[in-house]
Design a protein around this ligand. Structure first.
Ligand code: ADP
Length: 161
């Protein structure tokens, strides 16, 4: 059983994330999308909300599940008996940080491999941060996120009376 972990903040999940998930699902028996607690990043959505948005987005993919984790990624990967970590690479700007992270994770546990996948070119400009910014300013995010994520964003950002 080949299992890969796709870790991230997913605050919220975008079509770019989903593209990586779908590619990984073709290569591995099992994909676990692992939502990191990441309190330090002050996420817009709670951990439970981010996980629920992922769960709904992957429900059509039989070998993909959503989970949450806190603490060291390599320890989480080992606890799931997974062999690899997958990360998305959008542009050269992602490379330096991802390279450092991958090598650090290898230092911590050399049995775990990190793989990088490039999303479809139309998603290379997409990030959760930009999607939140556009939604906050009242822009249309329909083509960037699944419909249920758009609904959640509108609800979350609705001005409080
Ligand atoms: P993190 O806070 O860990 O970077 P993100 O949720 O922002 O978490 O991203 C998780 C992973 O998904 C990272 O590997 C990131 O590079 C990748 N990713 C983010 N947006 C996209 C996208 N549009 N296309 C492909 N990969 C992406």
């Amino acid at each position: 059983m080949r299992t890969v972990i796709y870790p991230g903040s997913f605050d919220p999940l975008t079509n770019g994330h989903l593209d990586v998930v779908q590619r990984a699902a073709k290569l591995f028996d099992r994909v676990i999308v692992a939502v990191a607690k990441n309190e330090g990043k002050r996420p817009l959505f709670s951990l439970a909300e981010r996980r629920a948005l992922v769960t709904q987005a992957v429900k059509h993919l039989p070998n993909v599940t959503a989970d949450t984790f806190d603490g060291l990624l390599v320890e989480y990967v080992a606890s799931k008996n997974a062999q690899a970590i997958v990360r998305g690479l959008r542009a050269v700007s992602d490379f330096e940080f991802e390279f450092q992270l991958a090598l650090m994770n290898r230092k911590l546990d050399e049995n775990i491999e990190t793989l990088f996948m490039m999303p479809k070119d139309t998603y290379t400009f997409l990030s959760s941060r930009i999607v939140k910014e556009i939604a906050r300013l009242g822009g249309d995010v329909r083509s960037f996120v699944p419909p249920h994520v758009q609904t959640a964003l509108l609800k979350k950002l609705k001005p409080k009376k």
